[in-house]
Design a protein around this ligand. Sequence first.
Ligand SMILES: Cc1ncc(COP(=O)(O)O)c(C=O)c1O
Length: 426
Amino acid sequence: MDRNPGATTPSSHFPGADRAHAPMPDFVTQRVTRFYQERYEATWGGKLIFHGRTPEATDVVLQSNDYLSIANHPDMARAITAACQPGHDVPLMSAALLLPGSPMHVMEDVLARFLGYDEGVLAQSGYLANVGLLESVVESDTPVYIDILAHKSLWDGVRNVGAPCFHFAHNDTDALRELIALHGVGVVVVDSVYSSNGSLCDLQQCALAAEEGGCLLIVDESHSLGTHGVHGEGLVASLGLQNKVHFVTASLSKAYACRAGFIACPKSMNLYIRSTSSPAIFSSTLLPTDVAAIEAAHQLVISGDARRTRLWSITRYLRDALSALGYPVGIGSEQIISFEIGTEPAVMRLRDVLENDGIFGSIFCPPATGRTRSLIRFGIHAGLTDAQIEQFLRVCKSRRDEFAPETWSGSRFLPTPHGSLHGNAA
Ligand SMILES: Cc1ncc(COP(=O)(O)O)c(C=O)c1O
């Protein structure tokens, strides 16, 4: 990502920029040059927007999606280490389609049952789970209805198929209904918790709209699997919506702290998806170490009530305190808290000040956000200490007037009308 891919660009900051390469055609050179001139130099001031200071041990780092703080749990390391000892499954470097009877399928059944579905498909990532599923169920003339804030992998899945795609305003189920009435039976695609701002989908209403319109419903639970529901089973299961939601997908790189994706599906769909989606056919499957990590993570998730309780008490405390200070965090309600300031230069300045004060979030900017809706995203996690939480709030309080959050783009958006639905939060 941070290498100049060749051609003549205005940037000499990158090693290899002047090395001789095969000449690029103009259409590529123009794109690359535009990136360096317009974004890298003019907008970002000759720095990479994603790279600020490197955090130190005393800093408060809120950049991960390891919401339950299990990534460093010794059980994870033990499981992964054991899976690569001699005598264990030899990794078969092949597509999942060609590996019937793989131990991976046992884990698929376990996860499917956990989510309340008949079958499941493990994928190499959440991105590929979404792209693969959409390829398997959407035809090139199937209308797809998608929330404007749905994850890029869902949009890419629709685009790959070439299906007509109709987006509706974030969480606007009236608009969804109107679109279905206009364009007919198709596929509705939403996230359960939105990754940029922690807002919650009104799943009941979405499910109703999809059902009334005779549509298939896909819910991406990447940011609610493991964290939401009584034992982390996610929102669809905890709301009992499996009879209305046809497929649940999830990245297992969030609360599960692994490197994989998952599709929960009805009967007969495992074989079908595995036999018809390109990621399952044309890309090698997970390694035994990946599956071992998922198994260990699953045990930590289902026994993680205390971690979930801690996560929700921190989330609620921080959200209330930040709102009281005048920060516009009310569009979301869950464990992702965003400071949506607006432009890319503004978000870089905000990041620099926060990092200088020892607070580390992640920048989200185009194409992950709208052009004037760049933000810093804080992933709250159960491992935060009280001292770290207070450190975060102390900085937000002392810098409040300087930051002027009432001028941020996030202030233009109203709080979500939905209540919070996480299982353990009393
Ligand atoms: C909602 C959502 N879906 C899918 C993905 C893709 O997951 P992965 O990183 O496992 O490819 C992400 C990760 O950014 C996500 O936030």
